[in-house]
Design a protein around this ligand. Structure first.
Ligand code: ZN
Length: 404
């Protein structure tokens, strides 16, 4: 009997060692740009408010994942990072300097987890509410001194071989003679293009690589002129028919199936833009859209529990959001924020000063309107989820994912 116990214990030890080193077959990286703890807390407060509770939080679905960690976010040359060098740190495991993408501090290319896993037979899907060649998705496939070299970033997509790229069009240059638009360029390099979910759903099922954009991006590209302010391409407007992160994720899963391993990065980019605008009700709207996408990943997880990893995380905090700080009401006044939100005023017409005044009135303090140097939370579930607990530097993220 004793011998049986020893053998059983040894088997358990071996099994647990294997599970600790197991590489997930299906990886979901669920990403809220600029999504710090303040954005999560006000969203949980809003969820409770909707159920008649003014002094509680109602958990976001990922808040109850079994593992939680915290990442430091500093860049090589600044305390509050930008998204491109943060993407380099997270996905390539190397600190970068401001405005660079996929390169180290000597501007040498560093490989991303997308590139490494693709080489190991994983399909790769990238989707964002931002343009496809914007900083976060581009940190998976491009290596450039400048995150603003949009055309060069786009040109590096075919070499990646990534199978599914989706987002709010591409940032591209307007009226450059002799140059194709980004979507036309990629179609010439083996990618099929779909505009909207309906068009994607009737695609030729043999298509192996595609880009996907909103229906309105077919004719309305995210065009900029030279040094233009690219913020005009961000939108907090819910355009009818625009594809949500949850819908992109469903499309990608429909295309990938479950035979081959995959890595999916699903980004809600507008949390950052809403926080830059000091617009708390919009922050909540965008965090809830990411939560909807996480629910789609969880549906997949439920039927593939032993092979799936889901991680919810961010690159940095934006706005220094702090509920009820220096506010005599001590409770967020969601009613005035909702009345404004539902007033029918076009979302893109909001000015930062108006938003700040409203936020202050409602009891939500923003320390500023730029990125902060605060650490960001990480929530994980599934195979290897335990590796993302603890407090660590953002350059550890990809190493933990790869089991290095
Ligand atoms: Zn930002």
């Amino acid at each position: 009997m004793k011998r049986f116990h020893i053998l059983f214990s040894a088997a358990l030890l071996i099994a647990s060692a294997f599970s600790l080193n197991a590489q997930p077959k299906y990886i979901f990286l669920m990403f809220g740009d600029g999504m710090g703890q303040g954005a999560l807390t006000i969203t949980e407060s809003y969820k409770a408010y909707q159920n008649g509770e003014n002094c509680q939080v109602e958990h976001l679905v990922f808040r109850d994942f079994p593992y939680c960690g915290m990442m430091d976010t500093q860049a090589a040359d600044r305390f509050a990072t930008g998204s491109s060098e943060a993407g380099t740190a997270l996905f390539c495991g190397s600190k970068g300097t401001a405005g660079t993408i996929g390169v180290d501090t000597d501007f040498k290319p560093v490989r991303s987890i997308g590139e490494i896993l693709h080489e190991r037979g994983y399909k790769v899907g990238l989707m964002s509410t931002d343009p496809i060649n914007h900083a976060t998705p581009a940190a998976m496939y491009s290596h450039n001194k400048s995150r603003g070299a949009f055309r060069e970033l786009t040109r590096s997509i075919p070499a990646s071989g990534f199978e599914f790229l989706a987002g709010n069009s591409f940032i591209d240059f307007e009226n450059t003679e002799g140059e194709l638009n980004a979507d036309e360029y990629l179609q010439n390099h083996g990618y099929s293009a779909y505009y909207g979910v309906a068009e994607f759903n009737v695609r030729d099922r043999s298509v192996a690589k595609c880009i996907m954009c909103n229906e309105r991006n077919r004719t309305s590209k995210s065009l900029i002129t030279a040094e233009a302010d690219v913020t005009k391409d961000y939108t907090l407007e819910d355009y009818p028919g625009d594809v949500t992160p949850a819908q992109y994720l469903r499309c990608c899963l429909d295309m990938f199936g479950d035979e081959q391993p995959f890595l999916i990065l699903c980004e809600e980019g507008n949390v950052d833009h809403a926080a830059h605008l000091v617009f708390p009700r919009a922050v909540v709207n965008e965090v809830l859209k990411l939560e909807d996408a996480v629910k789609v990943a969880l549906e997949f997880y439920e039927s593939h529990k032993d092979e799936t990893l889901i991680v919810v995380f961010s690159d940095h905090e934006t706005g220094g959001i702090s509920p009820c700080a220096e506010y005599k009401g001590h409770t967020i006044n969601w009613q005035i924020l909702d009345e404004d939100w539902n007033s029918g005023k076009p979302r893109d017409s909001y000015q930062k000063s108006d938003c700040r005044a409203l936020a202050t009135k409602a009891g939500i303090n923003f320390a500023g309107s730029k990125h902060s140097g605060l650490p960001t939370p990480v929530f994980s579930i599934g195979v290897g989820a335990e590796k993302f607990s603890g407090i660590y530097d953002n350059t550890q993220f990809s190493k933990r994912l790869l089991g290095e």
